[in-house]
Write a protein that binds this ligand. Structure first.
Ligand code: PLP
Length: 422
């Protein structure tokens, strides 16, 4: 019987026993964190050899240039060659830059707002952006900072609702859309080939519409069957919109999250435009870091081999999350969740109005959860029902404690809500 089907008396009894269990949980004084999608120390250790590279006296790039010196704004060619096939790019149509792809997204939008982009008619004033939800909070934070209006569009299971995207995109103020096309944050879903094609062909009111294609989880598979996505640049080219996609990626969750390399791929017009702007704020990226990454990873296959080791660490954690949710919540009828085939997150949907109460109850018990609403523009989930679980960072034993505490809080918040309705 689901909770909603229980007679009032039984529901009250259940509430009392869940409150007792919650009090006991509080008394344990736990201090656990399920907030951010960070790699664990065990994962970071996989890339420890990076710290000894390139080695004193061994700083020449393949073309003989001295990586210690200024220059090379587009990044080391041998590193671009390794990542191009993994991100669906060509080495000549991408840059390898600083330690973060987020900074490239930020800089792209900031320069668009200040100066406008190729093919446009000037700075992006009074601009709006389509934001598939639930989505990545830091994307939304950039828009909020730059005063770009965010228009939420629901995700469907294989990408954003395209009818809604098409309806909204005819407004010339709508300058683009955020996309995390593979193993999306936080739902784990992947865009279907049809979705990719239709986004590439989409009729838009703005002639300078951009798709910010954040392929953050391109090689972050959790199963034996890697999911692949269509080539957005080729699809846009074929549709006569070569300047529309801007592709992002990074090694943050491949090597060292704080000391990796960010990538951006786009048409020549976009790249020349962006590199022109970036060249005003730096004379060149950290090419020693590029070189050590190129030497450590060696080839696209080297990256995939390293990702297999990450998967061996991560898979048991995602399995534990799935097992606990199923065991504790499947019969209660108060929640549904995603079973991602890659990426870093599980999205948990609870009864409307309950997500922030779950976060509060978990907080009382020492379990830090991502604030309810975080995966929505301005942190506001209109139905207050989506929670993002980030299982990668804690060790398995802590994750087990955190997940059983979380499911207890979901049950208690749900029973409270059902009782309040009666
Ligand atoms: N994009 C998405 C979708 C992410 O989930 C994250 C990190 O969680 C990032 C980008 C951050 O990337 P980077 O470390 O390259 O700045």
């Amino acid at each position: 019987m689901t909770f909603a089907e229980l007679p009032h008396e039984q529901l009250s009894e259940l509430a009392a026993s869940l409150r007792t269990a919650h009090d006991e949980l509080r008394a344990r004084g736990l201090k656990l964190d399920l907030t951010r999608g960070k790699p664990s120390a065990e994962q970071l250790n996989l890339s420890t050899p990076l710290l000894d590279l390139p080695g004193a006296g061994d700083y020449r790039a393949a073309d003989g240039s001295d990586t210690r010196n200024y220059g090379g704004l587009r990044g080391l060619p041998e590193l671009r060659e390794i990542f191009a096939p993994l991100l669906g790019l060509k080495p000549e149509n991408m840059i390898a830059f600083g330690n973060s792809s987020l900074e490239l997204m930020h800089d792209f939008l900031m320069h668009a707002v200040l100066f406008g982009v190729p093919g446009g008619s000037g700075p992006w004033r009074d601009a709006a952006f389509l934001c598939p939800v639930p989505g990545y909070d830091r994307h939304f934070a950039i828009c909020a900072k730059l005063g770009i209006e965010m228009i939420p569009v629901p995700m469907t299971g294989d990408g954003p609702d395209l009818a809604e995207v098409a309806r909204l995109a005819v407004d010339p103020r709508v300058k683009g859309i955020w996309c995390v096309p593979k193993y999306s944050n936080p739902t784990g879903e992947t865009y279907s080939p049809e979705t990719v094609r239709r986004l590439a062909e989409l009729p838009t009111g703005a002639e300078d519409f951009r798709i910010l294609w954040d392929n953050a989880y391109s090689v972050h598979h959790l199963t034996d069957e890697p999911v692949e996505i269509e080539d957005i640049l080729a699809a846009a080219d074929a549709a006569g919109n070569p300047d529309r996609p801007i592709v992002f990626g990074s090694t943050s969750k491949i090597t060292l999250a704080g000391a990796g390399v960010g990538f951006l791929g786009a048409s020549s017009a976009n790249l020349d435009w962006l590199v022109g702007h970036l060249g005003k704020r730096t004379i060149g990226p950290d090419k020693i870091n590029h070189l050590r990454h190129a030497r450590f990873l060696g080839s696209p296959q080297g990256v995939l081999d390293l990702m297999a080791k990450h998967r061996a660490v991560l898979r048991p954690k995602f399995d534990l999350v799935e097992q606990t949710l199923t065991k504790q919540l499947a019969d209660a009828g108060v929640a549904s969740w995603t079973t991602p085939r890659g990426g870093y997150f599980v999205s948990l949907t609870v009864l409307p109005g309950c997500a922030s109460r779950v976060v509060e109850l978990a907080g009382h018990a020492g379990i830090a959860l991502t604030p309810a609403g975080a995966p929505f523009p301005h942190g506001k989930d209109p139905e207050d029902k989506v929670l993002r679980i980030a299982p990668t960072f804690p060790p398995v034993s802590e994750l087990a404690d955190a997940m059983s505490a979380l499911t207890l809080c979901v049950k208690l918040a749900s029973v409270e809500a059902l009782l309040a309705k009666i």
